[in-house]
Design a binder for this molecule. Structure first.
Ligand code: ATP
Ligand code: FE2
Length: 328
């Protein structure tokens, strides 16, 4: 079985192709970026309109497939930014009706988790899912992927992107903050905002902006201290979720998981508790079409179909809205 997956929840338009054995035959993407300033939703959507045809064509070429080889088309139905989601949904509907192929709408957050599982061969992990808009600690319990902890306000990536914008750096900011952080020397105390099993980043954002205004610390030290603090917060909650659920695997997912310091700290936490930490390749951490294809394939095999009428975008869909039909 071969499934094409279309990703367009935010700044990335991606097309990926997966086979039934969990091999990625193609994973092509094109992302909207800026040199200065943040992401403007209407511009990201315009970017997707411009690149979508070419990205899908390149995916088909990379996989060396013809349309008759494709069994179904999956697309990210939600959650995400309405402007961006609509382009992927429209493209998928057009392709599916033109080619007479079945459609499968998938949840973007669960796709991050399932691609992590198949690529690393982790069996029943806790997922630390850290991206721009989302920050969730997820585990499978009773037919659903349950959120054990999450951000109470902005996603951790949004915090990094927002601070990067304050520093006059472009979007995405995560890699630029990481680069500055590697040159930091002194730890500055930053508010540590864990509330029960949840985390909060809004106050930290304000705190950092004030610090920059006061000009007492270098941006390298601030970035370094920021990373140390927020990663410790995320791993504290992840560790508690692992203990609570009795799971001994941790999988990292989402664009922020590309950060090597986060990977290092997660590895250390897992080692200390006799657990294993897994990270898929960067191309499967940031938004990508392969993860959409893979979840689509799992759902398709479980008998899931989305009719054209049902294929509306779901910008606010929650991870635990979805019944997991493909795991036993
Ligand atoms: P979602 O819809 O799941 O919220 P997203 O649109 O935010 O996804 P991703 O590609 O999963 O997309 O994540 C993007 C985020 O990852 C951005 O906030 C970016 O700054 C951050 N990021 C990318 N690389 C790194 C890195 N090396 N270190 C830290 N953050 C990173
Ligand atoms: Fe994502």
């Amino acid at each position: 079985m071969i499934v094409l997956g279309i990703e367009s929840t935010a700044h990335t338009f991606g097309a990926g192709i997966m086979d039934g054995q969990g091999n990625a035959l193609a994973n092509v993407k094109d992302s909207y970026v800026t040199k200065k300033g943040g992401m403007i939703p209407a511009r990201a959507a315009q970017h997707h309109v411009e690149v979508c045809g070419d990205v899908i064509r390149r995916a088909m070429e990379t996989a060396r497939l013809r349309w008759k080889d494709i069994d179904a088309i999956a697309f990210s139905q939600g959650p995400g930014i309405g402007h961006s989601l609509r382009i992927g949904a429209m493209m998928t509907r057009s392709l599916a009706s033109r080619l007479g192929l079945p459609l499968v709408g998938v949840n973007h957050c669960i796709a991050h988790l399932e691609i992590g599982r198949v690529m690393t061969r982790a069996k029943d992990p806790v997922l630390l899912y850290v991206s721009g808009a989302n920050t969730q600690i997820i585990a499978y319990e009773g037919k659903k992927y349950r959120i054990f902890g999450e951000t109470l306000d902005i996603g951790v990536g949004n915090l990094l992107d927002s601070f990067a914008r304050t520093l006059g750096l472009g979007f995405p900011g995560g890699p630029k903050i990481a680069e500055l952080a590697s040159k930091g020397k002194t730890y500055i105390k930053i508010p540590y905002a864990v509330k029960g099993m949840d985390v909060s980043f809004g106050g930290i954002n304000t705190f950092l902006k004030n610090m920059i205004r006061e000009g007492k610390h270098t941006k390298e030290d601030l970035c370094y201290s920021l990373q140390e603090t927020i990663f410790a917060m995320l791993l504290e909650v992840s560790e508690r979720a692992m203990a609570h659920c009795g799971k001994n695997e941790l999988v990292l997912g989402g664009g922020v998981a590309c950060n090597t310091r986060l990977q290092e700290m997660a590895g250390q936490m897992c080692r200390e508790r006799g657990a294993r930490m897994y990270v898929p390749e960067n191309q499967y951490l940031t938004d990508n079409g392969a993860m959409i294809a893979w979840l689509g394939l799992l759902q398709y095999k479980a008998g899931n179909r989305t009719s054209i009428e049902e294929s509306v975008t779901l910008p606010y869909q929650r991870t635990d809205d979805v019944e997991v039909t493909w795991r036993n």
